[in-house]
Design a protein around this ligand. Sequence first.
Ligand SMILES: O=C(O)CCC(=O)C(=O)O
Ligand SMILES: [Fe+2]
Length: 317
Amino acid sequence: MSQTALPLLDLGPFLAGEPGALERTAAELRRINETVGFLYITNHGVDWKMVEETFALAARFHAQPMEEKLKVKLDDGMQGYLPYKSSTTRANGLVAVRKPNENEAFFVKPERGPKPVNRWPEQVPGFAEATLRYYAALDDLAHRMLPLYAVALDLPPDYFDKPCEDSFSTLRLTHYPPVEYGSDEYGIAPHTDSTFITLLAQNPVPGLQIRTQAGEWIDAPVIPEAFVVNTGDILNRWTNGRFISTPHRAFNTMKTPRYAIPFFFHPNEETLVECLPTCTSAENPPRFPAQTVGEYMAWFRGQNYDHFRQQPQAAAE
Ligand SMILES: O=C(O)CCC(=O)C(=O)O
Ligand SMILES: [Fe+2]
């Protein structure tokens, strides 16, 4: 598979409501998800200035003194600062990963209720407003794409709307410093995402690699102003494995810092992920037990994030 084999999907006609575009784009999306599980979307309607602003804020946040970052350390939840090397990609089903990821991150969740959810840095002006604005834009885009996924799976266009209502997705601002990687060390180790889909704005600093169905690791080319969209494990399970959740990993092999700002889109935590009616038959029984999104996420976090683990890391390995 060559580097250019990663498919591009133009969302323009569909988002503009052109007749026939939903069916045409969905058919293409189905083909891609059944064979690759990763694609680039263009003409997605997200203002790229907002993307650049979010990359800049990721850099500003991580450039702060450690003392400032630790003031907003995530403790019992998934919002705030995840210090360097405090996640290990155990829940990957791919390779035995024993070393922590060479990155640090900041997690943003939506603010919907009267009680604040996020932990905001005080020394980065405009951080909360801008990251929540970016969150809202990507949440909107993900919701607008749901009819494509439904039609791709021969379901009514609004099939995923209710299950994804009030979804509690995550924006992650990751910093991969330039380091020398030893054996079995990664910026982020091989994994599949836990999501329905992930929207990953293209970073001018390369470093993302994707494992093809043939088992070969390829560089994801940087396509300006495009998002990489990948199917995550929740959609993979929902479709009985029909939509591929593609393994990927990242490194920073440049001399400059690298940032990534993935938006992890999840259905509502209460949603029961149970094999879709169009993805099973007498010869193809459901392969995964029915589980709510919340149950699945709890398992995933317990595997990967040290602060969720009951046992000391060494004892668990
Ligand atoms: O850094 C990247 O390009 C990808 C990050 C990623 O795969 C993740 O955070 O799940
Ligand atoms: Fe990922």
